[in-house]
Design a protein around this ligand. Sequence first.
Ligand code: HPA
Length: 284
Amino acid sequence: MDDSIFRNALTSLPAAFRDGPPPLAAMLLGSGWNKAADSLEPIACVPYGEIPGFGPATVVGHDGRLVLAATPGGSRVLVFCGRRHWYEGCEWEAVVMPAVLGARLGAKTFLVTNAAGAINRRLSPGDVVILRDHLRLSPLTPLRGPHNPAFGPRFPDQSRVYAPELREELRRAAEACGLETTEGVYALACGPAFETPAEIRAYGILGADVVGMSTVPEAMVASSMGLRVAGLSFVSNMAAGISESRLDGADVVDCAARHAPRMAALVCAFLERLELLERQGSTR
Ligand code: HPA
């Protein structure tokens, strides 16, 4: 990855982003998760299109704005509303911009969220899955290329991409807002086509619970750069061949919109947990 792209992006941001205390967390809100931003007090906001190397979000359901916001508890958080995906044809730098800017602006925690198809038949649309691990079943990786230590070691450890202590905090946050969650493994599909039933059967045999077209590149870079990563999937549909229905991107967006208030409540409860831990001085 070209570090000058991230340096330019950083200097393009309004001073409010760089001045003041480091953010409690950086959050990447994918399909359906955007509503969490409404519960926070905006301090500054920049459209992705105005950040060099990022570019406007092109996918329905992805707002494409970076918000510096204050929680009701008075912490600052970086909220990336929407994401860039590899299949949009953009550069890797745009895809992983939230992870790198989050790290460079001082966040120690990175929450990454998405909508996903359920492979595990025990899941149903509307469920929320706390990511325990992922399967990257393709050679796609933002870490390809000459090694730059700014993004972590040449061979970053991947045995704990999703920090166990944050998985526990997500579970507690879900409990606090009366949400049932399970833990699961996310399989990265390249998109933009949905998968075939045969692919989904194969992913299931390999241990995937949910499938989606994002999250893994951002989580890899964030963890490689030393951030603690937490991941959440919202189940918007049963994956190809698991149910008889045909898949349609509009249904994914509709389903996520219907459940948006629950997802927003979970994100806010997680931020409260982080604040509590920070006050107790036991993390970060
Ligand atoms: N497959 C891939 N990505 C997705 C899906 C799916 O079924 N649902 C939401 N994002």
